[in-house]
Design a protein around this ligand. Structure first.
Ligand code: PMP
Length: 333
């Protein structure tokens, strides 16, 4: 019989799949690392498991403890899943702009969700940052993973994502492309791939137009999970050889094409990373037959059905592709 003892034993070892239709006419081989096949549905399962196990080892998290983190997204799901297995409680703090669906996912795993007003500055006592800080001091045995400053975030990718990609490509990878949020994925995976290839693997970050990584100030963009308005300590500025800025329109059109042309129903940051990978592949030109580009797809598309995959939402931001067969604004609203 072949089975895992528990779902957390299934984190990592995600497959690579070739992007075919999207790369027609391009010379490089472009391979997608499909992170939605992690048991919690995203790349964040990797950091959740590693952060928790390191905190157990250091004694910061003790039996019966409570994990407190300001998150509503994929990191919350990963932490909730790991906590469920290991018997910890979870309290997630999120702003009220977060959809009820997302909060319900966390509750379904047994987590408690504290909702705070969105319309207050971070230093306000009711902001979700302030509330999570306060809860850590008030709850006995509380521990805050802090994915933006926890070295175990990039370390998890140094130890798992990087070696997997090197092994899966037989060391033939020439370029690694990933979106940048906390920077954990690109910093940890990129560092491993640079070390093991003697600096030969080129590391390319994808960033929403307006975010700090591509020289912006944090201007609002719609793609979720990537881009920042500050520089987290989990981002190592020495790893990426280049950062490519991608517009929301490019990110979302590519996301839709991944579903309709490659059968990959993935999130908006995946479209962003693939748009960057395709731009790179084009630039490498017709002679780049030996180039192997690996692009990481962080999560699945089901959480975005009301946004990226919804014509009314897309057209309310003027983002419907010109050739979209979807209804016009007037038809939908
Ligand atoms: N895409 C999505 C959907 C994410 O949730 C995240 C994590 N914030 C990323 C991309 C970026 O990953 P990282 O934080 O490792 O830079």
């Amino acid at each position: 019989m072949e089975y895992a003892e528990h779902v957390i034993d299934l984190v990592g070892d995600t497959p690579l799949v070739k992007l075919g239709t999207l790369t027609e006419g391009l010379s490089p081989l472009v391979l997608a690392k499909v992170e939605y096949l992690n048991p919690g549905g995203s790349v964040k399962d990797r950091i959740a498991l590693r952060m928790v196990e390191a905190a157990e080892a250091s004694g910061e998290l003790r039996p019966g403890g409570t994990i407190v983190e300001p998150t509503s997204g994929n990191t919350g799901v990963g932490l909730a899943m790991v906590a469920q297995r290991k018997g910890y409680k979870c309290v997630f703090v999120c702003p009220d702009k977060v959809s009820e669906d997302k909060r319900n996912v966390l509750k379904a795993y047994g987590a408690e969700v504290v909702v705070c007003p969105t319309a207050v500055p971070p230093e306000h006592p009711e902001s979700y940052y302030s509330v999570s800080d306060r809860l850590v001091t008030e709850i006995e045995g509380a521990w805050k993973p802090n994915q933006y400053a926890n070295p175990q975030n990039p370390e998890s990718h140094y130890l798992s994502t990087g070696p997997e990609i090197w092994r899966q490509t037989d060391g033939k990878i020439t370029h690694f492309v990933a979106g940048v949020g906390t920077g954990g994925t690109i910093s940890g995976t990129g560092r491993y791939l640079k070390e093991v290839s003697d600096g030969k693997v080129q590391v390319v970050g994808a960033d929403p137009e307006g975010s700090v990584y591509s020289g912006g100030t944090g201007r609002p963009y719609l793609v979720e999970g990537v881009g920042e308005d500050f520089w987290p300590t989990t981002y190592d500025r020495d790893i990426a050889d280049e950062i490519i800025a991608i517009s929301d329109a490019d990110s979302f059109h590519t996301t839709r094409r991944l579903a309709s042309e490659e059968g990959l129903l993935v999130g908006g940051s995946c479209g962003m990373a693939v748009a960057a990978a395709l731009r790179l592949a084009k630039r490498l030109g017709p002679d780049a037959k030996d180039a192997v580009i690996v692009v990481l797809l962080p999560d699945g598309g089901r959480g975005y059905l009301g946004k990226v995959f919804n014509d009314a939402w897309m057209s309310s931001y003027g983002l419907l592709p010109p050739d979209s067969s979807g209804a016009t604004v007037g038809d939908v609203l």
